[in-house]
Design a protein around this ligand. Structure first.
Ligand SMILES: CC(C)CCC[C@@H](C)CCC[C@@H](C)CCC[C@@H](C)CCOC[C@@H](COP(=O)(O)O[C@@H]1[C@H](O)[C@H](OP(=O)(O)O)[C@@H](O)[C@H](O)[C@H]1O)OCC[C@H](C)CCC[C@H](C)CCC[C@H](C)CCCC(C)C
Ligand SMILES: Nc1ccn([C@@H]2O[C@H](COP(=O)(O)O)[C@@H](O)[C@H]2O)c(=O)n1
Ligand SMILES: [Mg+2]
Ligand SMILES: [Mg+2]
Length: 199
């Protein structure tokens, strides 16, 4: 959903990327470090600061690609590192919320499981030459919802944080279904075209 904002975001990012002529892998690694710091801040009950660190980590996750493209430093390893580190950041943020006592382990497991399944389906579909970026709770949306959850939790009441994470889980499992149905339909049409060709 937020992926559609990328062209507009690039107008903001490109002037910044122009000034940052570094190996984009360093930015990708920095985004993980910031996500780990966010988790530590949640452990020490600094919700608002932790939310800001999630935003910075997500910004770096967007910036790394912009720097790679602008300075022609895109690489297959970089794409691999970007996707892999996102999974690590997805989990460490939730682990931080569990360690801070804001959500229990069961909710945490569902939040991580649903997020990982969304990303796995996209990756598995890509291995079968199907692009599967659709769905309401892509990673950017999940991060924005988590930022909102911790900010409201820190400003109003932490019970809101728990219920917004539960909403995130519902949206994430709905996205799992969206991506499965989408990929199933794409594969069905591929299979039927192959079968017709073999007749
Ligand atoms: C720290 C500074 C030096 C940074 C300077 C640059 C900033 C000026 C940049 C500003 C932009 C910033 C506001 C954006 C923050 C966005 C962040 C919250 C979301 C990050 O999204 C990450 C990105 C993920 O895509 P990526 O290709 O890197 O990774 C893929 C992803 O992991 C897939 O997972 P899944 O399938 O989706 O589950 C994997 O499958 C893929 O393999 C993998 O490649 O998404 C980028 C999409 C959009 C372009 C991002 C748009 C963000 C909007 C601008 C949202 C606005 C954010 C709000 C301002 C913050 C809300 C706060 C408010 C108080 C509610
Ligand atoms: N270290 C990196 C990070 C990213 N890339 C390239 O950018 C694409 C991801 O773009 P985002 O704007 O979503 O971060 C990724 O697929 C790579 O092509 C890179 O090369 N090295
Ligand atoms: Mg990135
Ligand atoms: Mg990424």
């Amino acid at each position: 959903m937020l992926e559609n904002l990328r062209p507009y975001l690039n107008k903001i990012l490109n002037p910044i990327a122009k000034k940052i002529d570094v190996n984009p892998n360093y930015i990708t690694i920095l985004s993980i470090i910031i996500a780990i710091l966010a988790a530590l801040l949640f452990y020490f009950h600094q919700l608002i600061l932790g939310g800001i660190f999630i935003l910075i980590s997500g910004s770096l996750d967007v910036l790394d690609g912009a720097v790679a493209r602008y300075h022609n430093k895109s690489s297959k390893f970089g794409a691999f590192l970007d996707s892999t580190t996102d999974r690590f950041s997805d989990a460490i943020i939730i682990i931080g919320l569990i360690s801070g006592g804001y959500i229990d382990w069961f909710i945490g497991i569902l939040a991580i499981h649903s997020a990982y399944t969304i990303s796995y389906i996209r990756s598995k579909a890509e291995s079968m030459n199907i692009e599967c970026k659709i769905g309401i709770a892509e990673r950017a949306v999940r991060l924005v919802i988590l930022i909102i959850a911790v900010l409201i939790g820190g400003i109003v009441d932490t019970i809101w944080l728990k219920w917004i994470v539960i909403l995130l889980i519902v949206l994430s499992y709905f996205t799992v279904i969206q991506r499965m149905v989408y990929t199933w339909n794409k594969l069905k049409s591929k299979d039927s075209s192959i079968n017709n060709a073999n007749k």
